[in-house]
Design a protein around this ligand. Structure first.
Ligand code: HEM
Length: 440
């Protein structure tokens, strides 16, 4: 077997470069070292695979070959019950329980609520107002996820929930997520996160108690977890419920809000694409049936192209529990294997002129699960993928049919790290031109 190409040497500078500008560095390293190479990380060397074949090999392998990456750093933040740190039987059990509400009819039932949240969040917009599109989309997706998880609509209850989530997320500094080194009381973001986590847990407990007492069969994820029973008929422990709900709120709103902000960023710089999208949406009228919107092919292509060009997650990682033959190399237990989503999405042999935002490419050919993979793949593929696609489509449709925006200036945003995800550097500054009637 050939020797595994050694990528850049471990040095604080390389780690910093990869953490802050992963897309550029992945391109450079792939050009220098080939399709698979070793890169340094704070958690030891990572074998990076940059092709669809690498993705296929990781996502179709036996799940028991892998442990999740970064457990030592993530478990104290999210709790042992979190899907992101669970493996084996507890991971399978958690997914079985958490997957259904984010799929099928239960997911589609949130369609009207998603559109309502856009109407509420845009009610205060007025011509000439300048704002960061990412702030607007964050408000919308945070409200959507809080409704889904806790069933909270508008009012003081929701303001409390928003404060709590913002408190916990505000302290979630990238340095905390990748290593335990900074999980120390002297690091102010860590103290903030702990305080936020404690208040969020108390909120979850109070709502769980209220749900048990009311026994009203309310349809939200908290209620579903409270009512769930293990195989031996025992209920879930409070700590497990808190852990799942913290993970869902962290994984479930910042990611979708970033995709939505990027979609606006790209559409405002591609007037022909925006015009074609509106030509597809306008005939459905001002308050269309959400399911009809979600089925539109060009809207689907716009969301997919945004996810391709601006992936929120750069790569997915797995730690090997047993030896693996990967891309003609023998990897040993303890090594980390990664699939570079960012590299695959920018491969010119798959996506000609990869830097260009061109949704048509998704109408011209079908891309497989190892070629377009914003949500990762295999046994850990994002459980919120269908929900997030649905939300992205409905929110984007409501924003572009209801409002005209323009970029505040010609400077484009570039991807920068925000917690685990990569988001737009300036938050997509836009100016409101005014409300718009379909066809206007
Ligand atoms: C644009 C939106 C989103 C993107 C790009 C995204 C991306 C990802 C990725 C790349 C992974 C890792 C997959 C892997 O390891 O193969 C993941 C996992 C996960 N995501 Fe998402 N996600 C998004 C939205 C959501 C939403 C809306 C939710 C839930 C409400 C969610 C919940 C989760 C959970 C719980 C996991 C862990 C799954 C596991 O380890 O079994 N995500 N996501």
């Amino acid at each position: 077997m050939p020797t595994l190409p050694r990528g850049p040497r471990f040095a604080p500078l390389q780690t910093y470069r990869f953490a802050t500008r992963p897309f550029e560095w992945l391109d450079t390293w792939r050009a220098t070292y080939g399709d698979v190479f070793l890169i340094p990380s704070l958690n030891g060397p990572v074998v990076m695979g940059t092709t669809p074949e690498a993705a296929r090999q990781v996502f179709t392998a036996d799940p028991d070959m892998f442990a999740p990456f970064g457990v030592t750093a993530l478990a104290p933040l999210l709790g042992d019950g979190s899907l992101l740190v669970a493996s084996g039987e507890s991971h399978r059990r958690g997914r079985k329980l958490l997957t259904p509400p984010f799929h099928g009819a239960r997911m589609r039932a949130y369609g009207e609520a998603m559109r309502d949240e856009v109407e509420a969040a845009t009610a205060r917009l007025s011509p000439g107002l300048e704002l960061r599109a990412h702030d607007l989309t964050t408000t919308i997706s945070l409200h959507v996820i809080l409704r889904t998880i806790f069933g909270v609509g508008r009012g003081p209850e929701r303001s409390e929930a928003v404060d709590l989530v913002e408190g916990a997320l505000g302290g979630l500094h990238p340095a905390l997520v990748f290593t335990r080194t900074f999980q120390r009381p002297w690091f102010p973001p860590y103290r903030r996160f702990l305080e936020g986590q404690r208040r969020y847990a108390a909120f979850v407990d109070a709502r769980a108690r209220a749900h048990r007492e009311a026994n009203d069969g309310a349809e939200h994820i908290l209620g579903m977890l409270v009512d769930a029973r293990h195989d031996d008929d025992s209920p879930m422990e409070d700590a497990e419920i808190q852990s799942h709900l913290l993970t869902l709120v962290i994984a479930g709103h910042e990611t979708t809000s970033i995709t939505l902000a990027w979609a606006l960023h790209e559409l405002l710089r591609a007037p022909a694409v925006l015009a074609r999208l509106r030509a597809e949406l306008d005939p459905l009228g001002p308050r269309p049936d959400p399911d009809a919107v979600a089925r539109l092919p060009y809207l689907d292509a716009v969301v997919k192209e945004t996810q391709r060009l601006r992936p929120v997650v750069t790569d997915v990682l797995r730690v090997l529990r047993m030896p693996m033959d990967f891309m003609d190399h023998r990897l040993e237990p303890g090594m980390t294997v990664a699939v570079a989503i960012g590299s695959i999405h920018r491969d010119p042999t798959l996506y000609p002129e990869p830097e260009v935002f061109r949704p048509e490419r998704f109408l011209e050919r079908k891309f497989g699960p190892f070629e377009h993979l914003p949500f990762g793949g295999g046994h850990r593929r994002c459980i919120g993928a269908a929900f997030s696609d649905h939300e992205s489509k409905l929110v984007l449709a409501a924003l572009v049919t209801g409002w005209d925006f323009e970029p505040v200036d010609a400077t484009p945003d570039v991807p920068v790290r925000r917690n685990i995800a990569m988001g737009p550097s300036r938050g997509v500054p836009v100016r409101v031109v005014g409300p718009r009637a379909p066809g206007g």
